[in-house]
Structures are given as C-alpha cells and as structure tokens.
Design a protein around this ligand. Structure first.
Ligand code: C2E
Ligand code: MG
Ligand code: MG
Length: 736
C-alpha cells in the first residue's frame, strides 16, 4: 500500500508540469483505479477546486457539484480543531510533501479520519498557485490505534488493580510491564536495583540469582521457561519468606499469555492468611473440637498409613478402643458441663500414657482410640492396655475441689499387614464389649492366641513385682583389677534373680522387661541400697575388702528421675559410708539424654564418682567426656574381645586410652578373658581390667574367700591371681 502511494504521488508531481488538460486526463485515468482521494485546490486567481476525484465523493458523501460550486466547502468539511493546520499545510510555500491527519465531516454528519499528502504547485515566478493533494481514509487505522491505546490503558489499569506484585513478560522473557507493587516488592526483597525492572531479561535475572545461591531461583527460571515455551500450562510455587515480625507465605503464579505474541504473566501474592485459614480448616476437619484430639477421619487415615507400613516392615499395629464406664450416669447426675470436663481431663491423661508416636483419637461420645504402631512384640500391647486401665482409674479433680472417679473398659485388637482398618476397629469394639461384660475397669484382647501370649507376659511382670516383695534379688560382685600389680581395686555390683522355679537368672533374662515396666526403678534402688550396706558390712568384717569402692549400675530411667541424686545420697547416708566409696556406672545412652546432665552434675557434686559403662558401643561420641564429670570409662568387652586379632578393635581401644589419659579419666577394660588380651592391654597402656581371667561375679561370701589373701607374693603380680592390697582403715583411693 505504502509503495503504491509513493508511485502515485511521483506520477502526480510530473503532471504539474504538463498542460492542465493533459494532467486532468491523466488524473482521471488514475482516478478510475485509485481508492485514494485526489484533488487539486487552486488559490489563484480565485480559490476553488480544479479537480476532485471520485474517491472523495465516495468517502465524504459530498457530490461533484457540491465541491465545484462551493469553494468554502473544503473548510467547512474540516473539523474545527483541524482547520488551522490544514490551512498551514495548503499554503506552505515549500516544495515538500506535507502529511497531515484531518477529520472530514461526512455529508451525513459523522467524522471521517483522513491522511493528506500535499504538493504545492507554483508558477514560473515561484508564486504558489495551487495545492495538489492525495488523501486516504484512515478511519480503520485510527480506530485500531485507539483500541490499542485503550487496551494498553486497560492493561495498565488491570495491572495496577492487582494487589500482588505483577509483571508481564514478552515471549523472550523480557519484562514488558510491571505494576507499582512489583517495584515495591523487589525493593523490599533486596533484589539488586533494576534487576527486575521493565526492559530487563527476567530469565537472565533468575539465572544470576541462582548462581548467587538464592534458593529456588533455578526452579523458578525453569518453570518460567517451560511456560514461555508452551510446554507447561502454568507454574506455581508457594514459598515462605521471613518478614520483620512474622513469617509469611507467598505464592508465585506464572501463566501464559494467550495471545499470538505469547509471553507470560508473573504474579506474586501474599497467601499467609489463606495458609493460616487452610491450616485451621484442616485442623478443624480432622480434630475433635472438645478435646483437640484427632477425630475419626484422621484416625482412619493414620490407621491405614500404619497398616501400610506394617505390611512393608512386617510389624504389627494395635488398636485400643476405650469406653468410659458409666459415662451416661456421670452426664445425667452432674450435667453435660461436668461430662465435657471429664472427657477433656481424660484426653489429657491418655496422652501422657502413650508413647510419643502413638495416636490418641476421640471417636465421639465417651469413646477413645489409641493406635500403637511398630510394636516389636505384639504382646507389649497388653502392658500398654494395663497401664491405661490403672493410669485412668486415678480420680479426676473437679473445679469445686471434689473428686470424680472413673474407670474405662478397653478392647484391644492387633492387626498384621493384611488387616483392614475398619475391621480392626470392629474387633477392638467387640473386645471392648467383652471387657464391659467381664466386669468393666479392665481390658480384653480380641485375638485368643495373642491373649495367651500377652497374659504370659503379664504373668512375668507380676512375678517380677512379687520378686521385689519376696526379696528374690541378689547382688553379686566382680573384682576390678589394677593390671600391673594384679591387685583388686574395686568391685562391680551385678544383679541376679534367684527365681523360685527357674533358678539363678542373669540380668539379660529380666532386665529389659524391668525397664519396660518401669520396675527397674525400685529394683535399681534396692541394688544401690544393698551395695552400700555390703560396703559397710565389709568395712566392719573385712577391712581389706571394706576399703574398695563399689560400682553400681544405673539404668537410664533411674537417672531420669529428678530426685535421683537425693535418693543416692540417702542410701549412702543410711549405710553410714562415704560418697567417695560409690561409683555409679551410667550408660552412654543416658548420658546422651540432655535431661540427665543436671543429675550427673549433682551426683558429682555430692562426691559420688561416675563411670561410663559399655563405652564405645552406643553413641561413640567422645565429646561428652570433656563436658561431663566422668571419672572412669569402661571399655566394652566387644572391643576387648578382638584384641590381638582385630586391628580395628586395637585402634579403638588405643584411641579411648589415649583420650582418657589426656582427660585424667581411668580406663577399665571389661570382659578380659585371656592372658593374651591382658598382655595386649598392657601394651596399649590400659591400667585396669575386669573379667573372667581374674574372677567371675560371685556372691559376697565367695568374694570374701577369694580376696582374703593379702598381697605379698611379687611373683603373682601381672598374674591372674586376684589380690587385695592390705590397707589400714583409711579409705582407699582405688581406681581414682
Ligand atoms: P555390665 O555393667 O557391663 O557388666 C559386665 C557384665 O559382663 C556382667 O554381666 C558380667 O558378668 C559380665 N562379665 C564380666 N567378666 C566377663 C568376661 O570375662 N567375659 C564375659 N563374657 N562376660 C563378663 P551380667 O552380670 O550378666 O550383667 C549384664 C549387664 O546387666 C551389665 O553389664 C549391666 O549393664 C546390667 N546390670 C547388671 N546389674 C545391674 C543393676 O543392678 N542395675 C542395672 N540397671 N543394670 C545392671
Ligand atoms: Mg557395669
Ligand atoms: Mg559393661
């Protein structure tokens, strides 16, 4: 179009130098074909149209007669605002083409946008005599321009009306538009100035941020690229951002522009409130509003999850269904408010009775469910159920000071991998009814086979309880030897159970159960008291033995008791011995529990010495030796066992000895059975040992016989004969 117009104007210019007749005929010829308007307006001798092409009539609606008869028409047709510029154009004395947009009034009154090119015509004296003009209808173009301008204005308005930081990217990822919020956001986020401004390459900025280690930038760049390439329909990312006072959540949303040119819109919005609300809704949907416990929906979900894991790991899952006995009576007698209070108190107490990973849920009414996962031995569940029956039977204190006693009936079902969740709940329910029938305030197991095993276990627990009462426990003693001299420098107290039917039992037969049931606490207390008393008896009857400190093993559960140090002090006082005469052997595991650290410090404070038992097998972190007041380290027998054979064991023992020596801690090798092991220990620089090579653990009367011979025979040094250094009544500083 543009090309044809230029050609036309050139031809037309030539025409001006020919005769008027000639030019008119040429114009007419063009006129037939041209859609452009062509006219010649003369100024001299009197103004008027010399020529007006057909297109002018077609476009303006005015006729030839109108034009030729009314000279003023040309100006009347013009929009008042355009008249001045039109006059200037027509009269311009220069020989240049003038291009001007003018609005012409159509004969029927509407305005037509036109664009005019003017060529001034001068006579031989250089006087301007006429103007030759080509004009065209540009209404469509103007309309499109208007629309574009309008849509840009709209786009801007839309962009500004979006509260979140928003940018428009072109197809190449260059930022073409942003709203004010975007600039503010980038400023606040500390992005390098201008990095995300209009005209910059958004993808390049993301890549740079990724290189600088800004988390998530690489993912964002990949997501935006995918959207721009059209391989993804959108990209979303929710990300937390730390605000000044609180952490907030933002969502980034990249969506493609559905235009021919392509591009994408990047929008960030603050979704903190929504997140919170969602969280709240989720919580409400899955929790009971009265007690805050998981509800049936969440329980079902967790149950299915637990069964899935059980299938995979070969574990078992137990469901305990609890129902309050006579809850209806409580409700009727005291009112619903009291009933609710009771349920809340019960929920709280239930939570304290389960392991951290177990789920306590409320099914509704007075029904609760406890879900226990990963039971090593399914029979354990009986222990849990019993603990609940007794733990919940404690009276609940009411607001008015009165007490309300309640009991529960529990039905227990254990599921293996193939069990369905609802089936398990159903079984537990059946068992619960059974418990109600059998007199309430008790539990029943659904599975008969399991019931047998669990009851057997409870029997052991009961016999263990009875053993305490009946005094079936004994303490054996095993000497601790100074290797170089072969002299006994201490004793370890080791627990034995004289079972009425099964005979003498070593700790491995009952210790884990004593720990699980918590009975280790009273048993351990007894061992400590008995060891203190033995120390006192020996002081009086066998001064040589009475000078030796006694090492007593302490279980983690004992250490976790807040008043344990006090109990130890009491046992020592009661026996009338000195705290320096007792060494407490702690496990590595209990020292790793931060809550026992104050107790360890307190014990050290009262003068009791501390040893780390079975060193090396548990949490081989040596660091705590530096921070805790440890006096002795007992190298576990598994390392001693490999001495002379296993290079790694040798290296570990060497490391332990080197370190303990640097810290002033006594190292004692446990389980020394052979002379070869002993010799190896001497080479490695370990000063103390304990083991069958020297003596087996034995009851006090046997130990007395064994150790009654005094030191004297130098030949026996470094032998495996156990000797006791003859001492005066002053307390020994053995193994210190
Ligand atoms: P431990 O404290 O490491 O005690 C050393 C264990 O090694 C004892 O086993 C002892 O009989 C055994 N032993 C000693 N010399 C040798 C040897 O040369 N070769 C072999 N193979 N074994 C040897 P015991 O008496 O069966 O005790 C086992 C564990 O039970 C003790 O290990 C200790 O952790 C725990 N234990 C014992 N008595 C008590 C107690 O009163 N309270 C607590 N909480 N735990 C105790
Ligand atoms: Mg020990
Ligand atoms: Mg040990």
């Amino acid at each position: 179009m543009r090309g044809s117009r230029t050609a036309l104007s050139t031809q037309y210019r030539d025409v001006t130098f020919r005769s008027l007749a000639e030019s008119e005929s040429a114009l007419r010829a063009l006129d037939e074909r041209a859609s452009d308007m062509i006219y010649r307006f003369r100024f001299l001798p009197e103004p008027g149209f010399d020529y007006v092409s057909g297109a002018v009539f077609a476009i303006t609606g005015w006729t030839a007669e109108d034009f030729y008869s009314d000279t003023a028409l040309m100006f009347e047709m013009l929009h008042p605002e355009d008249r001045r510029s039109a006059a200037t154009m027509m009269r311009s004395p220069t020989d240049e083409n003038h291009r001007l947009r003018l609005r012409l009034r159509h004969r029927d009154g509407h305005w037509v946008w036109t664009e005019h090119y003017t060529v001034p015509v001068v006579d031989e004296h250089g006087v301007l005599v006429a103007a030759e003009v080509i004009a065209r209808d540009i209404s469509d173009q103007v309309r499109i321009e208007d629309e574009l301008r309008e849509s840009e204005r709209t786009a801007n308005a839309v962009l500004e009306s979006i509260p979140g930081p928003t940018a428009v990217l072109d197809a190449a990822g260059v930022i073409s538009m942003v709203n004010a919020a975007w600039d503010e956001y980038m400023l606040a986020s500390g992005a390098a100035a201008g990095r995300y401004a209009v005209g910059t390459d958004y993808l390049a900025a993301c890549d740079e941020a990724a290189r600088a280690g800004v988390e998530g930038s690489a993912e964002v760049a990949a997501g935006v690229r995918a959207v721009l390439a059209g391989t993804h329909d959108g990209y979303q990312l929710a990300y937390p951002a730390s605000g000044r006072n609180e952490d907030r959540w933002f969502a980034m949303d990249v969506s493609p522009m559905r235009t021919e040119a392509g591009g994408a819109v990047v929008l960030h919005s603050d979704i903190t409130e929504r997140k919170r609300y969602e969280e709240q809704l989720r919580h409400q949907a899955l929790h009971d509003s009265l007690t805050g416990l998981p509800n049936r929906a969440l329980l079902n979900d967790r149950l299915e999850g637990a069964l899935g894991r059980a299938r995979r790991d070969g574990n078992e899952v137990a469901v305990l269904l609890l129902d309050v006995d006579g809850f209806k009576v409580v409700n009727d007698a005291y009112g619903h408010a009291v009933g609710d209070e009771l349920l809340v108190a019960l929920a709280g107490r239930l939570r304290t009775l389960v392991r951290p990973g177990d789920t306590v849920a409320r099914l509704g009414g007075d029904e609760f469910v406890v879900l226990c996962e990963a039971l090593g031995d399914p029979a354990e569940v009986a222990v849990v159920a019993k603990r609940m029956v007794t733990g919940l039977a404690v009276p609940l204190h009411q607001g008015d000071g009165s007490e309300l006693s309640i009991t529960v009936s529990i039905g227990v079902a254990v599921g293996r991998g193939e069990t369905r969740g609802h089936g398990l709940l159903h079984d537990a329910d059946a068992a619960m009814y059974h418990a109600k029938e059998n007199g309430r305030n008790r539990f029943e197991l659904f599975d008969a086979r399991l019931a047998g095993r669990a009851h057997a276990r409870l029997t052991i627990e009961e016999t263990l309880e009875r053993a305490i009462v009946n005094g079936e426990f004994r303490v054996f003693y095993q000497p601790i030897i100074e290797i170089d001299s072969g002299v006994c420098v201490g004793m370890e107290a080791l627990l034995r159970w004289e079972h009425p039917e099964r005979g003498l039992l070593a700790p491995e037969e009952f210790l884990s159960m004593a720990e699980e049931t918590g009975l280790i606490v009273p048993i351990g207390a007894w061992v400590l008291q008995e060891s203190c008393r033995q120390r006192r008896r020996w002081q009086q009857s066998h001064p040589a033995l009475g000078s030796l400190p006694i090492s007593v093993n302490v279980a983690t559960q004992q250490m976790q008791r807040p008043d344990f140090a006090h109990e130890v002090a009491q046992a020592i006082d009661a026996a009338g011995i000195s705290p320096r005469e007792i060494v407490l052997e702690l496990t590595e595991r209990s020292l790793m529990d931060a809550t026992v650290v104050p107790t360890a410090l307190e014990l050290h404070g009262i003068g009791v010495r501390l040893a780390v038992d079975d060193f090396g097998i548990g949490y081989s972190s040596l660091t705590y030796l530096k921070t805790l007041p440890v006096d002795q380290v007992k190298i576990d027998q598994s390392f001693v066992n490999g001495l002379g054979r296993d290079a790694v064991d040798g290296a570990i023992v060497t490391a332990v000895i080197t370190m303990t020596r640097a810290l002033g801690i006594v190292a004692i090798a446990e389980g020394v059975e052979t002379e070869q092991q002993r010799d190896e220990l001497v080479v490695l620089g370990c000063g103390h040992a304990q083991g069958f090579l020297y003596a087996h653990p034995a009851p006090p009367e046997e130990i007395e016989l064994l150790l009654e011979r005094p030191v004297g025979d130098p030949a026996s040094a470094r032998s495996s004969a156990v000797l006791v250094r003859q001492v005066s009544p002053a307390p020994s500083s053995a193994a210190s």
